[in-house]
Ligand binder design. Structure first.
Ligand SMILES: Cc1cc2nc3c(=O)[nH]c(=O)nc-3n(C[C@H](O)[C@H](O)[C@H](O)COP(=O)(O)OP(=O)(O)OC[C@H]3O[C@@H](n4cnc5c(N)ncnc54)[C@H](O)[C@@H]3O)c2cc1C
Length: 429
């Protein structure tokens, strides 16, 4: 499923970006470099920055605009952890392997808080997230998650919030309990992508937008990649294409199912009302299989997401599709004006585990399964370390198994949708 556009979607982030969104020129020449990165989302940009800073000659190719896809359209919730949670890591790698990956996730959370200051950009960084339970049995899960995080992973940033204390954190009647994660944050993702791009260029990297990698061929010492108006010879190729990898690498594409996901931004709320929704300024997500996630932006809008479609489509009227869920969480916002509604694609693997790897001179990072702000940064560290000669983290990811989706191009999505319907049912019974 390849998609492309010369313009950012009309998201809240693009519409409210301070000034014109910077644009890089397309590739119109032949080039040689050490590392060519295909994909200008967080996966590609974080990898490019780390390698540029390490002295590699890096080029980034983006088919559309930087952060045009998931990285510029997401909920901005930087939550430590992966979409699959820890059990698949423990099963595949044992506790010590899972612990090493978790430690790299904690590193990513810390790194995200420091990157803007280190490179002189702003991402509207706000600390803290609240994980809420809707069902009684999931309150127990929240409590168990704290014990497990502390005992198995040495993570002491979680705090249980009983129902009686919840009004101090969130003005919603929907939840039975919550957990506060002091290691989480929320950010403006488009500003992060633009800041990373500037930092890459300052470190000597080159970035080309509107430059789709059409084909890639292994050569004796690396790869040759063709675009419409230029060719690149590189020692190392990194594929960071997410749900849009498609024909550029059909084997990688078969391990991903592009799932549609969408969200809205309201009109700016009265500042006192906005402040009352989250008295402590956190973001929030519930622990349903298909979660609602939401937060207030610095200009007092409520950003609310959660809808997803396993057949990959996006509702034609995203605000209408989202409003009932928003008003279920915050009845006091009934009838609120919604200014923006947009959708994007998440790159789901079958077990929802990330898919990172290496074959000869080619590396890839994909399969973040809808939870990628911190996981892409942790993954970019694993890939860039490996390219620089330290394979420790990448080899852990390579111990995971991400099979192809059954049913081929036509049947994979319907089969998956039926399977996921069962889990959705468990969100209400
Ligand atoms: C609606 C939505 C809400 C989300 N909310 C959250 C959230 O709150 N928190 C969270 O942690 N995660 C969230 N996510 C997930 C997160 O945004 C992604 O996991 C993350 O951005 C993935 O980054 P990426 O760089 O791998 O992919 P992308 O950002 O999708 O970037 C891939 C890029 O590769 C380019 N590309 C593809 N093929 C080619 C080619 N042949 N040549 C050149 N370029 C190519 C594409 O144009 C694209 O720009 C959300 C995702 C969506 C869609």
């Amino acid at each position: 499923m390849f998609k492309q556009s010369a313009q950012h979607l009309d998201t809240y982030y693009a519409a409210c970006y301070p000034g014109a969104i910077p644009q890089r020129r397309p590739l119109q020449e032949d080039l040689e470099c050490d590392v060519l990165i295909v994909g200008g989302g967080f996966s590609g940009l974080h990898t490019a920055l780390r390698l540029s800073l390490a002295g590699k000659k890096v080029v980034v190719l983006e088919a559309s605009r930087l952060a045009w896809a998931a990285s510029g359209r997401n909920g901005g919730q930087a939550l430590p952890g992966w979409s699959c949670d820890m059990p698949p890591f423990e099963q595949a790698l044992g506790l010590s392997g899972a612990r090493s990956l978790w430690d790299s996730m904690v590193w990513a959370a810390e790194e995200l808080s420091q990157l803007p200051g280190r490179h002189g950009f702003d991402i509207d960084y706000r600390k803290g997230a609240l994980y809420n339970a809707v069902l009684p049995r999931r309150v127990t899960q929240l409590q168990e998650s704290i014990v497990e995080a502390e005992q198995k992973y040495g993570y002491h940033q979680l705090k249980f919030i009983a129902k009686a204390e919840l009004p101090e954190w969130i003005a919603s009647p929907r939840y039975l309990a919550g957990v506060y994660d002091a290691g989480a944050a929320h950010i403006n993702p488009l500003k992060l992508a633009m800041g990373l791009a500037d930092a890459i260029e300052k470190a000597g990297g080159k970035i080309f937008e509107l430059s789709k990698a059409l084909t890639s061929h292994p050569t004796r010492n690396g790869y040759q990649v063709l675009t419409a108006n230029g060719e690149i010879q590189c020692d190392v190729l990194v594929l960071a294409c997410n749900a849009y990898i498609d024909k550029l690498d059909p084997q990688l594409a078969k391990r991903l199912l592009p799932v549609g996901s969408y969200q809205v931004a309201t009109a700016p709320l009265d500042p006192a009302l906005a402040q009352s929704l989250f008295p402590k300024g956190t973001c929030a997500i519930d622990n349903q299989f298909v979660p609602d996630y939401f937060r207030v932006t610095p200009d007092n809008r409520l950003l609310f997401g959660g809808g997803c479609t396993y057949l990959g489509g996006i509702p034609t009227d995203v605000p209408a599709a989202t409003r009932p869920y928003l008003e279920r969480v915050f009845p006091q916002l009934k009838g609120v004006q919604i200014d923006y509604g947009w959708g994007g694609h998440i790159d789901c693997t079958m077990p929802r585990t990330p898919d990172l790897g290496q074959l000869g001179h080619k590396y890839w990072l994909q399969g973040f399964s809808g939870h990628g702000i911190l996981p892409t940064l942790a993954a970019a560290r694993a890939i860039s370390d490996a390219i620089l000669g330290d394979n420790e983290l990448l080899s852990l990811y390579q111990g995971l198994s991400n099979p192809r989706f059954p049913g081929g191009d036509l049947l994979a999505a319907p089969i998956e949708a039926v399977g996921k319907a069962w889990y959705r049912l468990r969100d209400v019974i």
